[in-house]
Design a protein around this ligand. Structure first.
Ligand SMILES: [Zn+2]
Length: 427
């Protein structure tokens, strides 16, 4: 829990001033304690979280219940010694005094601090003091309601060169072509200053965790446990060659909000983000493997229901997710994400087929997954098998199946990373 929270910059200041009641509430949100949140008369700002580096910041403002809000900017005002600001006005909301008194200090070249105040009797204003004018985007996620601010200090999208269309899936022979030396993986190089010596940084995201088991199979197997096992195997396999710097959003059974997973990948400046999940369906015969990229909508009801379940919201709340298409990073990376998704799906199906008869490909798909929203890198979400299918659930209790899925993911990431990312960077 603390290991994961260490990625954040925020809570130390806040926590020191929290009453025990709110502290329990915050940990309940993070770590599945069963205590109910304290009753509140009106929705209020209960926490402000931030993840940041000098070119990227995500700020999350937690209100729990839905609130109406508006975002805007103010230019620097040198006469009053005020920097450029982004502010979010939240109507009809309260705020805890301790959050009012304690701004979240950042001071990293992009962001100065995040502070909150009462603008008028029923408006709370959250102000983000910037070090310099920056592009930003604001959207809200439901259940629990939180307002997300993504700030881009880079101004332009780091390009992947238009290489020839070389994403033919690697054959089995290509899979183990790398020399293995697991004993002393080199330290992560500073990616921006070592041309020709880059390693591809991969963020593997095992879905769910902690209080959120994900889908549960007929005999009780939990998605959160299967995807963590797959993720650890993928890390092990990718770490062998030294070409890949592999990180994980979680390496234990903890709950991490979806927006934090994306923020962790962005903050780490990952090149590739792979979110791992297991599908489920009311149709107990449904089976197979599919890999998704982010899109505004889904092509059919099943995919919409899947995205709603993975997002932890009712299907109705997935409507109107306009923010997705506005994101320039998502748009710029879409073709790359499609390319990686196809490579991953083909490789996973091939590797599982080598161990089991009849692994079934459902192919490349698109749906509005929150965990992919705002990702600044090539990003895919893998749905490996249906845990609701008795046969596929029993396969996933077999380490050989986990190994096959992990082999497929690792093989695809290796192939994609070498051909698309290292090839481009070394030029
Ligand atoms: Zn899932």
């Amino acid at each position: 829990m603390e290991g994961e929270a260490g990625e954040r910059v925020h809570l130390t200041l806040l926590r020191r001033h929290l009453g025990s009641c709110l502290a329990v509430f915050l940990f309940a949100a993070c770590a599945a304690l069963a205590a109910p949140p304290p009753a509140a008369a009106a929705p209020g700002v209960s926490d402000i979280r931030a993840w940041t580096n000098e070119i990227y910041t995500r700020v999350a403002i937690d209100t729990g219940d839905e609130v109406s809000w508006k975002a805007n900017t103010l230019r620097a005002d040198p006469a009053r010694n005020l920097p450029p600001r982004i502010f979010i006005d939240i109507r009809g909301a309260g705020i805890r005094d301790d959050i009012l008194r304690k701004p979240v200090e950042v001071r990293n070249g992009l962001l100065r601090q995040v502070r909150a105040g009462r603008f008028d009797r029923d408006t709370v204003r959250v102000v983000i003091d910037l070090e310099r004018e920056s592009a930003y985007r604001v959207f809200a996620l439901p259940d629990p309601f939180r307002i997300i601010v993504d700030i881009d200090g880079e101004g332009e999208i780091p390009a992947i060169a238009a290489l020839p269309d070389d994403a033919a899936p690697p054959g089995p022979a290509a899979a183990e072509a790398s020399p293995a030396d697991a004993s002393s993986p080199p330290a992560p190089p500073p990616v921006s200053t070592a041309p020709g010596k880059h390693r591809v940084r991969v963020m593997i995201d095992p879905g769910h965790g902690g209080k959120d088991p994900g889908a549960i199979g007929p005999t009780g197997l939990k998605e959160k446990d299967v995807v963590l096992a797959i993720a650890r195997k993928v890390r092990e396999k990718l770490s062998l060659s030294g070409d890949f710097d592999v990180r994980m959003t979680r390496d234990e059974d903890v709950f991490i909000p979806l927006e934090e997973r994306t923020a962790m990948a962005n903050k780490a400046r990952a090149d590739i983000f792979v979110s791992l999940h297991i599908n489920a369906s009311r149709n107990r015969k449904a089976e197979g493997f599919s890999t998704y990229v982010l899109s505004r909508g889904a092509s059919n009801r099943e995919d919409l229901e899947l995205a709603a379940r993975e997002n932890g919201v009712p299907v109705g709340k997935l409507q109107g997710v306009k923010f997705i298409i506005d994101d320039m990073f998502t748009a710029a990376r879409k073709n790359e994400s499609l390319r990686l998704a196809k490579t991953v799906n083909d490789a996973v199906v091939r590797n599982v087929s080598a161990r089991y008869q009849g692994a079934h490909s459902l192919g490349l798909k698109q749906a509005p997954f929150y965990v992919l929203v705002g990702a600044r890198m090539t990003a895919v979400l893998v749905e490996s098998s249906f845990i609701s299918n008795v046969r596929e659930e029993s396969r996933m209790r077999d380490p050989s199946c986990i190994d096959g899925i992990a082999d497929g993911v690792a093989e695809a990431v290796r192939y994609y990373g070498r051909n698309r990312i290292l090839a481009h960077r070394d030029h």
